[in-house]
Design a protein around this ligand. Structure first.
Ligand code: DX5
Ligand code: ZN
Length: 223
């Protein structure tokens, strides 16, 4: 499949949110990546249900909701009702991950698990067949605009090899420090959904940057 681009709304201009939503609607982007932070799981607070409701009202593409919160089980039904199409929970925040995944899928949403940079992909071995997506964090979660951690490439390749047997359709999303400079390498490692915040919203033309990220062909080695 052609890789998907998910612009991170965290880097949008919240004073002009509708404008930025319309830009994503009319761009080549595939999803809206929506970062929810609680100030406990991560050292930052982003936004919650009112902003999600505003997004859901105007967004014409799926909402990919990344929960950086403790005890996500408590809010799964509310996020589904607020318009999420995919819900990602952190491995590090879930004691009964299998139950959480089942609860997400019971709402009709696709279920995904995120791994922090220090968490090995091997911890997902016994749940991989049940997942729709795995999100490899390529920065420590909490903030946009951080530098890509190169070891993430090795993790993606290892996860793609693990999934080949039990879940070949698994989506592998990568989040943090992504731009045109590392998109080809990420695709070659086995990723197929790329989140980008700063690279898109700090570009002179965000829509053109989305098109550039979408155009990268992982089969061609950049010089
Ligand atoms: C980080 C968030 C990311 C972030 C990515 O905690 O999960 O989605 O917005 O932003 P960039 O692309 O700027 O690293
Ligand atoms: Zn994210």
């Amino acid at each position: 499949m052609k890789h998907l681009i998910a612009p991170s709304v965290l880097s949008a201009d919240f004073a002009n949110l509708q404008r930025d939503i319309e830009m994503i609607n009319s761009s080549e982007a595939d999803w809206f990546h929506v970062d929810v932070m609680d100030g406990v799981f991560v050292p930052n607070i982003s936004f919650g249900f009112p902003v999600l409701a505003a997004l859901n009202k105007y967004a014409k593409k799926p909402l990919d909701v990344h929960l950086m919160i403790v005890n996500p089980d408590q809010y799964i039904e509310r996020f589904a009702a607020a318009g999420a199409e995919l819900i990602t929970v952190h491995y590090e925040a879930c004691t009964h991950l299998h139950r959480t995944i089942q609860a997400i899928q019971a709402t009709g949403c696709k279920a995904s698990v995120a791994l922090n940079p220090h968490t090995p992909v091997a911890v997902l071995k016994d749940i991989l067949a049940d997942l729709d997506m795995v999100l490899i964090m390529s920065v420590n979660p909490g903030f946009g605009g951080q530098q890509f951690i190169p070891n993430s490439l090795r993790k993606i390749a290892e996860l793609r090899a693990m999934a080949a047997e039990v879940n070949p359709a698994l989506l592998i999303e990568v989040d943090g420090g992504i731009g045109v400079h590392n998109t080809g390498a990420l695709l070659r490692a086995g990723a197929n959904v790329l989140v980008a915040g700063n690279a898109i919203f700090a570009a002179p033309s965000p829509a053109e940057m989305i098109a550039e990220l979408k155009e990268v062909d992982g089969r061609i080695l950049e010089s």
